[in-house]
Design a protein around this ligand. Sequence first.
Ligand code: MSP
Length: 495
Amino acid sequence: MAHSYVTTPLYYVNADPHLGHVYTTIVADVWARYRRWLGHEVFFSTGTDEHGQKVAEKAKEHNQTPQEHVNHYSQVFRAMTRGLNATCDDFIRTTEVRHHKAAAAFWKNLEESGFIYKGSYEGWYALRDEAFYKEADLVDGRAPTGAEVQWMSEECYFFALSKFQDPLLEWYKTHPISPASRQNEVIEFVKKGLRDLAVSRSSLTWGIPVPGHESHVMYVWIEALVNYLTVLDYPNTQSSKMQNFWPQAVHIMGKDIITFHGVYWPAFLMAANLPLPKKIHAHGWWMVGEEKMSKSLGNTVSWKETLKYGEDPLRYFLLSHTPFGEDGRFSFSALEHCINTDLANVLGNAVHRVLSFLHKNHRGCIPGVKSFDPTPLSQWQEESDTKLHSFMEHFQLHSFAGELWKGLRLVNQYIDQEKPWACVGEIQGHILRNALECLRYIGLWLRFFLPTTSETMLNLLGVPTNERSQAYLHASLHDQVSLPTPTVLFQKTTL
Ligand code: MSP
């Protein structure tokens, strides 16, 4: 059986989740559901990043111990995962014992391989990014990301990142990072030269102690990245999870953390002599006006608010409105517009007009037909199949939606042109059956994209629950099945 492993980043527990976090989780959920739909055994993990200076300082601000603070926020992120109906198989917290063990084993592995050495760090540190910068990186006294920096001078351990420039450039030839524009940026970054990376802090205690050097804790990024292995039972590299899922790893994240995933993480893995992830997909940012939505700018839309029109409308908007990888602009009026047009007028209308006509004129019974002559609908179905798979495999989620909505518009046009109300008997039955078959096909493709809508659609179309996987795409409805009374899929909202 084919295996798939998909991850979200671990979310920082310093504030409530917002639309940016929601988006990363939804994209990963689409991929996990898609691969399951194809028949793969899937492992989908998410969780919370609970160590580091930023979290320690937030806890202090709230008059809490770091542990109290992270316990609270981790639950909030767990609630978001549940609220979005994300089909995660694991939710990891970096404060768990299993993660301490995995991170310590990973560190020892790097040390034994000769890639860790002791030194001292002098330079700038941006708390918001939990990242180190040198003088030349600064723009107007701030990090290139706009984050405030503070001077840091302390004894620490280094990872010999500079040794990995050529191996990384070689790896990029296999196109592991998408979209291509992001991969090119990463290549440029690596070509400029890599400096060794400070990977421990001796002025901080809220972290995982460095094994054998307990006055240091690990730099938060080095241990947080190891979570992708922890959930697969690392350091037991022989476990079935490590063996089956790790070589299939697909990491999903926003473009702000591509250097950590596309440069540091593969270098750590090479040093630890472990296989590299299969693919890294970096999405763009959700913006409010010209600014990235972020807690520090105070312009966030809370995760609960995003769900006020339901999960599927939100999913559809986020996935189809902006091409994956590009920045998108969020507003409730744009979401409402999308519900009224694409969801209510196109999808809802296509399903409702065909089914209500069938109820009025055929007692809700699927008309049996002797043969299926080619129609614009069957032609589209044939041509779209390869395209839809390719859009999914290449994370072109926006084009995937575009192709399905092309099919839905064709259904509406087909009914307008063929005018079943002006026909009788077998001819009318044929027209309806063709439209119903096309809706069934679209309903199957929506399984992972809009799961709740797909479920309702396929129930209304009388598709047996065991005939909803990819294997049934080219099957057909069953003659003479009696369908339930149609319901409205999407209510229009008032602008
Ligand atoms: N803790 C690190 C990740 C460690 S992974 C080993 C982190 N956490 S985060 O909470 O700041 O961000 C998590 C995810 O949310 C990232 O994918 C990030 O890109 C995403 N988003 C946060 N704000 C965003 C937007 N405004 N728009 C889209 N996604 C953004 O980084």
